[in-house]
Design a protein around this ligand. Sequence first.
Ligand SMILES: [Zn+2]
Length: 116
Amino acid sequence: MLSDQLLDVTTWAPLIDAFPKPGTDDATGIFLLRRALEFILRHELAHVALNHEPRQVAEGLTTIECEREADLKAASWLRGSLQADSERSLEARLAGRELSLEQRAVSIGLGLGCVI
Ligand SMILES: [Zn+2]
């Protein structure tokens, strides 16, 4: 029966290789997934660090305001000190710290899609 198959994900869902060959699409996917999860964790920790629960009562912050603050704090934590190279030409390939910044930006976008 179809509903039984849908409930038993162990029989049809592909197994996730947590340690794929470097340079493969699977490795990129795992990297982005891990970073997205890091963003989500940071978002939740930001709610605590920013004292949202007491501030919502004391300051009348809305839930949306709290979510935006948590998003910004999580993105800031994940970005760290990485910055875009304003001297790099538009055609040049990203590398090093700037590539890491770009990967984190993509992951933040993926993570945002999960916490909204
Ligand atoms: Zn939140």
